[in-house]
Design a protein around this ligand. Structure first.
Ligand SMILES: [Zn+2]
Length: 241
């Protein structure tokens, strides 16, 4: 900074620093709760697929009971048919009952096959549930840890926000109200950057448009506040490092 730099300009530069930091912190404060939501959503999704598996186990169990009852009925039907073999009066009736028994046998075999299939399914689903429960437990533990990390970060961000806001506001009170209002207006209109530096490349650090040589001289002298003729931001001269 050159000698005689307007103290208002120094305040504006500081204010810009605070506001840039605040914008980053506010973005972080908005992003972190979403991260927590995402952790919860992923966990809920994992729970949902486990619940679906449990529902399938339940349905399979009920279906198995039904099939077992059906098989009991078929078995009883077979016993009755076999008993009737002793009561038939002629060969025609005998053949009819035999054929009926054959049909019942097939029905029974089919029922037994279905029951076997359901039992196998039941075992597979039970294994999937055990695996799913173990996985969910691990995920829950991981989620708890992840959430704790994010919550701690959020707490730190909010603490810093409070501190930076307080520093910013006390610095802002050093400026006359109309200047502060102008600064706020430019900040809002220019994507959060109201104060831009100019260095030996002689372009505005905000809009990258070239600054007139005479304006550069005035900027170096820094006797009064200057605005970029292109973007309207406050300008200050930055000596090469
Ligand atoms: Zn500019």
């Amino acid at each position: 900074m050159g000698e005689g730099l307007d103290s208002q300009l120094l305040t504006l530069i500081d204010l810009q620093g605070f506001d840039t930091r605040l914008a980053a912190l506010e973005a972080e404060a908005a992003r972190l709760p979403k991260q927590i939501e995402a952790i919860h959503a992923a966990l809920a999704e994992a729970k949902k697929s486990l619940d679906a598996l449990k529902l399938k186990a339940d349905t399979t169990r009920k279906e198995l009971r039904t099939k077992e009852k059906d098989l009991d009925v078929v078995t009883a039907k077979r016993s009755k048919a076999e008993a009737r073999l002793w009561e038939v009066k002629n060969n025609t009736e005998y053949s009819a009952v035999l054929s009926e028994i054959e049909t019942i046998k097939q029905e029974k075999a089919h029922g037994e096959e279905e029951i076997l299939g359901l039992m196998e399914l039941q075992e597979r689903v039970a294994a999937d549930i055990r695996e799913g429960e173990a996985r969910l437990k691990a995920r829950e533990e991981q989620a708890r840890q992840d959430e704790a990390v994010v919550r701690k970060k959020l707490e730190a961000v909010e603490t810093e926000l409070t501190a930076v806001r307080a520093d910013r506001d006390s610095r802002a009170r050093e400026l006359p109200r109309p200047l502060l209002a102008d600064y706020a207006k430019i900040l809002k209109a220019r994507a959060g950057v109201a104060v831009a530096s100019v260095n030996s490349t002689a372009i505005c650090g905000g809009c990258r448009v070239a600054i007139r040589p005479q304006a550069i001289q005035e900027l170096k002298a820094a006797q009064a506040l200057m605005l970029c003729e292109s973007c309207g931001r406050y300008l200050y001269w930055q000596e090469p490092a």
